[in-house]
Design a protein around this ligand. Structure first.
Ligand SMILES: [Zn+2]
Length: 71
């Protein structure tokens, strides 16, 4: 009967990422998420950036999926 050799226990410490390196990416992700939330949830009526209903219709299913009132 053959036994597998035990794996060596790694003494490495967990990788730490400085906040200074994460902050720009976190800001970018937050901004991108805010833009998506705006277009899905608020691009309609007086808050609309585009005068046509194209953007509203483009995200219409996501709007209903999020449970936002629509029509
Ligand atoms: Zn709708």
């Amino acid at each position: 009967m053959a036994y597998a050799a035990p794996l060596p226990i790694s003494a490495e410490r967990p990788l730490s990422i400085p906040v200074r390196e994460i902050a720009p990416w976190a800001l970018f992700a937050f901004t991108l998420a805010a833009v998506v939330v705006y277009f899905v949830g608020f691009e309609q009526g007086t808050l609309a950036i585009f005068s046509s209903d194209y953007m509203h219709e483009f995200v219409h299913d996501a709007r209903h999926l999020a449970g936002l009132p629509c029509h």
